[in-house]
Design a protein around this ligand. Sequence first.
Ligand SMILES: [Fe+2]
Ligand SMILES: [Fe+2]
Length: 211
Amino acid sequence: MCHGSLVQRTISAHGAANPARQDAVPTQRMRETPHKSGRDARHPYGKLMRMNAAMQIPVWSDDLLLHDDRTDETHREFMKLLRSSFMATDSNRLDRYQKLLEHTVEHFGQEDRWMLATGMDDGNCHSKDHAMILETMREVEKRALAGDTSFIPVMNQALAQWFPDHAKTKDAGLTEYLREVNFNTADETLADPSTAALNPHGGCGTQKACA
Ligand SMILES: [Fe+2]
Ligand SMILES: [Fe+2]
């Protein structure tokens, strides 16, 4: 199942709230309030913003380890930047969000590149998931650049819900597949390039990745 719709709901025409699964991510109790502006109470999505303020922020957990050094390093950094974006104040909210977005472009681009290098086509469901998330993140950035940063905390919360499941299904399936075909993620080489031709194009490459 692809999960882009979860994120897209966060910036639907009515700013639809995504029902928070507070146990969805490794968390720690928030001491800081990420969205302190008094403007929140008057904001049309004020209820959602207050709900986010009561959320728990994501922290890295070894439960997310996939035992591929480059993937794990990238995922640790993603969680670090997501946490930083959660903890932002009005003065640095957009800046921190843009750092998260910039890293996410690299993160997803890296996995998409590995999939292409091992024979999957660019329409596979894992890459489509990445594309949907990035499209939504860019829309949130666009609105923030136009002066409305209120969707950033909503996007952060949606990402915190989405990422663990994505990592444990699609990314786990990808790293497992890369090991099977002897693709070295450190230098991005495939031991036997003819292996790529054996992979069924389309799909996610493995059952687990498409779960
Ligand atoms: Fe990933
Ligand atoms: Fe991924």
